[in-house]
Design a protein around this ligand. Structure first.
Ligand code: HEC
Length: 150
């Protein structure tokens, strides 16, 4: 009688553990399936590969630039001389961008952008905003003192 109860008990434990394992496995499958669906690569066709304007997940594939108002102007005016990476890597405010553009115009042969300059700078500051507190702000008002070297 006692033995029987013991046996039932271990059977019970065995079944519970099995059920738990199955539940965990199910949840795992469900989660991994879900993230797979989310990160699913977009399948590109041959015509996509030849499409210079293709945008996938908000990114202009050919240049890597973020989709947004002014993208066309940026592609047309800013990716002929150098890679778009140079643009993506640089985070600047409006004044800095205008200064950089002026610098390229004065020294690198960039043409007058006309009305497109505002559109381009708006695109850049909106889609590539300056990093918030990338590092400690530069020290100001420092009283430097000469080191004694005897
Ligand atoms: C006529 C050619 C030309 C065009 C068009 C051009 N650039 Fe440049 N740009 C240059 C050159 C040359 C450099 C210097 C590259 C280097 O240092 O390797 C440069 C550098 C830069 C830099 C790096 C500046 C730095 O301080 O390091 C940025 C950012 C940049 N360009 C953005 C732009 C943007 C935005 C546009 C569109 C408005 C643009 N460029 C259009 C020629 C051009």
């Amino acid at each position: 009688m006692v033995r029987n109860v013991m046996r039932n008990k271990s059977l019970y434990i065995y079944l519970s553990v099995t059920a738990l394992v199955l539940v965990f496995f199910g949840v795992f499958l469900w989660v991994s399936n879900d993230s797979e669906a989310n990160s699913k690569e977009v399948e590109l066709t041959d015509s996509d590969a030849n499409n210079p304007d293709l945008i996938v997940n908000g990114i202009h594939v050919r240049t890597g630039l973020v989709e947004g108002e002014g993208l066309t102007e940026v592609i047309t005016n800013c990716t002929t001389c150098h890679s778009s990476k140079l643009i993506i890597q640089n985070r600047m405010g409006t004044e800095q961008w205008n200064a950089t553009i002026r610098w390229m115009q004065e020294t690198q042969g960039l043409w007058d952008l006309g009305e497109n300059q505002d559109i381009i700078v708006d695109y850049l500051t909106t889609n590539y905003p300056t990093f918030k507190k990338g590092r400690r702000a530069a020290l100001t008002d420092i009283e430097w003192y000469p080191l004694d070297s005897k």
